[in-house]
Design a protein around this ligand. Structure first.
Ligand code: GDP
Ligand code: MG
Length: 782
């Protein structure tokens, strides 16, 4: 019997984990190991993937993968022997300060001026972003994006000027399963931070400690931050911190990042161990007589075998040994073993498999989880059933229910867009636009009374104020959309969307996780492209990146609004919605095309955690909104402003730098004239339209501001028919993403792909706009 055969609510015990390679390692790392008990929660609304409960958390798995895992059905949930421990609760007296875990407290600290570097490592959804924001306040160097924390963010810890903490991507283990895991692992190995702050979700402690154990093997000074303690204690659970410290050999500090409890103590410990370079007291978690001691002997034999190689390569030997036994090919090359040694290694591992009756990877995972079990049974009093988990289950009855999931998702997205564009964002936008209009009026009058040169006057009013102003007024809408997207992401809902959309997305060759970048793409393509790093396969990542430009980003809104109000004022909503849907539809078609040509093959497995629903902390949300707003303002006052002025300059002077009164003879007309024939077939042959489209490559918003400059005298409607306006809308929807997005794509996929995207999107846009025109003409709408 396999997991795929279990009925909802049925319990079982894993007997064998099939599959191979990185995927299998990932199963093991997520706790699906022989002997683990699990419960089938339910299949996704479309029948695939499945939701399981294992080690106290929810995991998703596709049917095809579930069929590789053999289980023995069990009658009931395994009994928890917690009852008598429940009363035994001990305070945390701050052992660290008393010196127990600071044996070198008076030893030789790092020199005073030295910057103490920290790496913040933890599982996804363990509260890393929340803690990072608490620790650094406003002093961060790189913006975080909604979606998963993907980029490296650095910041100085508040009140500790000589520190630098780096937020690493959320990971589950140190095996290189996804590029994020590789990033984190390389960071710890190569950059050698002075200390690691390992954040552990205390409500999900078994799975979280798995990463802790691998971090301990790296031998860097480390402190464990037990986060979400408010939920643990709030539900009647408790954790014997002192016992845990002595078992793990590193300081453990209970905190609640969102309530800012315990964070100061955490900082004190972290700074202390970093300054005095206090390594973990213990790395050896394999008992000499656990299960006959086979794993123990295997690891220690390997350690001795590779000691010199690890030293030379600068890799912690214990870590290297564990990873070698697990067959990590990257480390194998780094260590540069000779053939004899490699063979010896193989023999040692074979001996392990023979004695243990498990393959080497499963045996290693089992060793780690057995130790974790020991820690938990001694230190952790589990809450009976947490309120948060109950609440999540109740919500999931609807939010991932068989008949309700997809309708609710559509309703939520519709509500988000409605609130953004019609209610909150729109209202704020009007307020802002009125303010800008007022200022413009004042400046206009002042310029007129000062008899400023009329051309300059035109630049300042039409170009700078109205152009940049009209772009600026979109700030509220953009910020509101990001607010909703980040609320959805941080609350844990997007993970559910990935869960029930997986089957649909697989039809077009993607996996459920691709939904995250896609949704973010409606906000901005740049963070969308970056968030694809959470996708574990290169193929999925590439494909998702190539599809994000089809999700209409907020920067295109000003263009839509401008043309809609000029040409289709009565059908605003229809046109806007139509554009969004057209983008999605074309994205699907292109995905199908890719699936059958460039990217044949299966989408990657879908092994993902479904975290409990949690209310995002206002602080995180505000910080994110501020970053978005700042980013937008910077763009408005740099790229867009400059584009506007440059365009004004080029259209006001001819090649001899004489001021021209008819911009038909200007430099700009000359340049754009070259391009105009290309766009003529789609009805956009006017040089001014070409210019604004070119400037849109800098930033989509500037299309509008540039038009403001160029169409001062002649009205737009004398140049475009409603049909060519429709072509223009479709063309703007699809043509090349802006420079920032292309730069992000280049960072992820390289120069060739980035250039490819520009050409590809322009071609698609041209074809689509051409079709619009042809169909329109056939229908007699010219
Ligand atoms: P990350 O994925 O590791 O960056 O996790 P986040 O910082 O985004 O946190 C995930 C969720 O847990 C958010 O909704 C937070 O508001 C919530 N959270 C973080 N820390 C705590 C905590 O100490 N207690 C509780 N109850 N919730 C928390
Ligand atoms: Mg985060």
């Amino acid at each position: 019997m396999t997991i795929a055969d279990l009925k909802p609510g049925q319990h079982a015990r894993v007997s064998e984990v099939g599959g191979k390679g990185a995927l299998r390692q990932h199963f093991l790392d997520m706790g699906v190991i022989p002997g683990a008990s699990l419960m089938m929660v339910k299949p996704a609304p479309l029948g695939d993937p499945l939701e399981l409960r294992i080690h106290g958390y929810e995991l998703t798995l596709r049917l095809a993968d579930a069929a590789k895992i053999t289980v023995v059905p069990a009658e009931d949930a395994p009994a928890e022997e917690n009852a008598e421990k429940r009363s035994k609760e001990s305070a945390h007296p701050g052992l660290g300060e008393e010196g127990k875990f600071h044996p070198k407290g008076t030893g030789d600290p790092l020199p005073d001026g030295e910057i103490l570097t920290f790496a913040l490592v933890g599982n996804q959804n363990s509260g890393k972003t929340t803690l990072f924001n608490q620790l650094t306040g406003a002093s961060q160097h790189v913006g975080n994006f909604p979606g998963v924390t993907v980029d490296r963010k650095d910041g100085v810890i508040r009140g500790e000027p000589n520190t630098l903490i780096t937020d690493l991507p959320g990971i589950y283990s140190m095996s290189p399963y996804s590029s994020e895991e590789l990033v984190s692992r390389d960071f710890v190995l190569n950059e050698k931070p002075c200390a690691i702050i390992n954040i552990v979700d205390a409500t999900n402690i078994e799975r979280n400690l798995y990463l802790t154990m691998q971090l301990l093997e790296m031998g860097r000074p480390m402190v464990v931050a037990l986060n979400m303690m408010d939920e643990v204690t709030g539900n009647g659970g408790s954790i014997d911190i002192n016992e845990m410290e002595s078992m793990l050999g590193v300081p453990v500090v209970p905190i609640s990042a969102s309530k800012n409890q315990g964070v100061d103590e955490l900082v004190r410990h972290a700074v202390h161990i970093a300054r005095y370079q206090e390594k973990p007291l213990r790395q050896d978690f394999c008992g000499a007589d656990d299960q006959g001691g086979a794993v123990h002997r295997c690891i220690h034999a390997t350690v001795h075998l590779i000691e010199d190689h690890a030293d030379r390569a600068g890799i912690p030997v214990r870590f290297a040994a564990s990873k070698l036994i697990e067959g990590d090919s990257q480390l194998l090359t780094l260590l540069d073993l000779d053939q004899n040694e490699s063979e010896m290694l193989e023999h040692i591992a074979l001996q392990l498999e023979n004695e243990r009756g498990l393959d080497r990877c499963a045996a290693m995972a089992d060793m780690r989880f057995s130790f974790i079990e020991k820690v938990c049974s001694r230190c952790v009093t589990k809450p009976r059933e947490s309120k948060e988990h109950l609440r999540s289950q109740q919500l999931d009855r609807f939010l991932t229910g068989k008949y309700t999931a997809i309708p609710i998702f559509i309703a939520i997205m519709a509500l988000v867009f409605f609130l953004t564009f019609a209610v909150i964002g729109a209202w704020l936008q009007e307020v802002l636009a009125a303010g800008i209009g007022w200022i413009t009026g004042v400046v206009d009058a002042a310029l007129a009374s000062a008899h400023v040169n009329s051309a300059l006057h035109g630049l300042i009013i039409k170009g700078v104020f109205e152009g940049v102003g009209s772009v600026l007024s979109f700030l509220p809408i953009i910020v509101t959309l990001f607010l909703f997207l980040s609320l959805l992401e941080d609350s844990g809902y997007i993970a559910r969307v990935a869960f029930f959309m997986d089957k649909l997305l697989r039809r077009i060759g993607l996996s459920g996780r691709s939904i995250v970048p896609m949704l973010i793409g409606f906000g901005c393509t740049v963070p969308a492209v970056m968030s694809t790093r959470t996708l574990p396969s290169e193929r999925d990542r590439k494909m998702t990146i190539l599809l994000t430009p089809f999700m209409s980003c907020t920067a295109k809104l000003p263009i839509y609004a401008f043309f809609v109000s000029a040409f289709f004022p009565a059908f605003g909503w229809v046109v806007m919605t139509g554009l969004y849907l057209l983008g999605i539809l074309l994205g699907i078609l292109v995905a199908l095309l890719f699936k059958n040509t460039l990217f044949r093959g299966e989408a990657v497995p879908f092994v993902m955690e479904l975290p409990n629903y949690r209310l995002p902390s206002p602080r995180n949300v505000l910080q994110l909104l501020w970053e978005k707003a700042k980013d937008f303002l910077q763009r408005a006052f740099s790229v867009i402003l400059i584009a506007t002025i440059v365009v004004w300059f080029l259209k006001s002077f001819d090649l001899h730098f004489n001021f021209v009164f008819d911009s038909q003879t200007s430099i700009l007309a000359l340049i754009s004239g070259w391009l105009a024939p290309l766009l003529k077939p789609i009805g956009l042959g006017d040089w001014r339209i070409c210019t604004s489209l070119i400037s849109g490559f800098m930033a989509k918003e500037s299309v509008v501001s540039v038009m403001g400059v160029l169409f001062q005298t002649t009205g737009l409607s004398s140049i475009l028919t409603p049909l060519s306006a429709a072509s223009m809308l479709v063309f703007s929807l699809l043509y090349t993403p802006c420079v920032a997005a292309i730069a992000a794509i280049r960072r992820e996929l390289g120069r060739g792909w980035a250039a490819g995207v520009v050409l590809w999107q322009c071609s698609i846009a041209w074809i689509a706009a051409f079709l619009v025109r042809v169909i329109g003409l056939l229908l007699g709408l010219g």
